[in-house]
Design a protein around this ligand. Structure first.
Ligand SMILES: Cc1cc2nc3c(=O)[nH]c(=O)nc-3n(C[C@H](O)[C@H](O)[C@H](O)COP(=O)(O)OP(=O)(O)OC[C@H]3O[C@@H](n4cnc5c(N)ncnc54)[C@H](O)[C@@H]3O)c2cc1C
Length: 389
């Protein structure tokens, strides 16, 4: 078998296209043969990404809206959060897919295949004399080889082991248009916990993009999904009772499920490198993944350029943030303290920018200690000791 491509990007969603875009803008990759394979044409606006950052990154030109002021609401504590130096940003899925496709299609060294990948192939442990290659086997049986495959494909549902916690962050969002002006588009609601907490940690996001349009998302951290009608009823109730809006139309709907898990993800198998959710890039305590995907893909680009061996590396499981995530999921799993009270205590006791840095796994140990001291020690210390040991 021979190498047909330098790199194969298997799965062209957030992680695959983020890596691809970083290759497109970097002259180092202009001479590399790159194949992108995805089963889907990526023509749907199937998700909206929100994230915070201190300076513009690669996708700044397609940021749909941004906010410098966020509000936090709960029955225990509410406040306007001062997030400086961060800006909270929104990118629409379809804008992202179109932007990357447009740029990549102009590059002669990049090929696209709309095809379903059956499995990844790895020749690392085959007989001596074989080049170490990675590959993808398509459903029609064709096998394509490359020096590295970067895969974001989840070939099977994520299953946690008995001693790992596995929550689902699941949500339904409505982009609504109101008849009269109802929103201040300079402020977003980061979390509003003033909704029923019977199912588990439950909150709303309100992301206004103009005076009469906003994306409103009903979000839960639980172990089971809800029936579709339950999400609709909660959105309707919140819009009427909390936002006092009765006259609106739904422009767009989106639904999603993100794993919040302490499962150990592999970094790579041979020359198949895992990226995105498949590489454990969703933060277990928040479900946010977009920024982690950006950091990981930027690191991979640097590693390739420096000629580093990509087959070994650290996953998010190896960071101190993973321990903090495990402690939070432990407390939620054993119902030791409700999620709305935990987030209220954290936002009450800390500067919002420090909390955002903490959620990004970028805070200093001093900030971590301050955040940990803002939640009850009698609950969190035993949980931390249990997870540490
Ligand atoms: C609705 C929604 C909203 C979200 N909002 C946010 C947010 O606001 N902020 C945030 O940080 N995170 C958010 N996330 C979480 C995370 O950022 C996204 O899930 C992100 O898309 C994950 O990127 P990925 O590349 O791992 O997976 P995906 O983007 O899902 O990409 C995987 C790709 O693999 C392809 N594929 C799958 N199977 C095969 C196969 N067998 N053969 C070929 N191709 C295949 C798929 O078509 C897809 O294109 C959201 C997730 C969802 C679902």
């Amino acid at each position: 078998m021979n190498k047909q491509y330098d790199y194969i990007i298997a799965g062209a969603g957030c992680a695959g296209m983020s890596l691809l875009m970083r290759m497109v803008v970097d002259p180092f990759f202009a001479s590399k043969k790159i194949l992108v394979v995805d089963a889907d044409a990526k023509q749907q606006n199937d998700r909206t990404w929100c994230f915070w950052e201190t300076k513009p990154d690669l996708f700044e030109s397609i940021v749909h809206h941004q906010w410098t002021k966020l509000n936090f609401y709960s029955n225990h504590y509410s406040s306007e959060l001062s997030i400086d130096p961060y800006t909270y940003k929104m990118i629409r899925g379809l804008d992202f897919y179109n932007y990357v496709k447009t740029n990549a299609l102009a590059a002669p060294n990049i090929e696209w295949r709309k095809a379903s990948v059956k499995k990844l192939v790895d020749t690392t442990f085959e007989f001596i004399g074989t080049n170490d290659l990675a590959g993808v086997e398509l459903v029609d049986g064709e096998i394509i080889y490359a020096e590295y495959v970067f895969s974001s494909i989840l070939f099977e549902p994520i299953k946690a082991a008995a001693d790992e916690y596995h929550f689902l962050q699941h949500f339904k969002g409505w982009e609504i248009k109101t008849v009269t002006d109802c929103f201040d588009s300079s402020k977003a609601v980061f979390m509003d916990f003033r909704v029923g907490q019977e199912q588990g940690t439950t909150f709303m996001y309100v992301l206004p993009t103009s005076a009469n349009t906003a994306l409103i998302e009903y979000t839960l951290f639980t172990e089971q999904l809800l029936a579709d009608d339950d999400y609709n009823a909660a959105l309707k109730k919140y819009i009427a009772e909390q936002l006092h809006i009765n006259d609106f139309e739904i422009l767009h709907e989106e639904k999603g499920v993100i794993p919040m898990t302490t499962k150990k993800f592999s970094y790579a198998k041979g020359r198949n490198i895992f990226i995105g959710i498949a590489g454990g890039q969703a933060k277990a305590s928040s479900g946010y993944a977009f920024k982690f995907i950006q950091k990981r893909t930027a690191q991979l680009i640097e590693a390739i350029k420096k000629g580093k061996d990509l087959t070994y590396g650290k996953t998010m499981n190896d960071t101190k943030g993973h321990l903090y995530d495990a402690v939070l999921l432990h407390v939620l799993h054993f119902h030791k303290m409700p999620g709305d009270e935990i987030f209220a205590a954290i936002f009450k006791g800390n500067k919002a920018n420090n909390v955002l840095a903490f959620l990004d796994n970028e805070s200093s140990i001093l900030t971590d200690l301050k955040i940990m001291s803002s939640v009850p020690t009698r609950i969190f210390l035993p949980a931390a000791l249990k997870e540490l040991l």
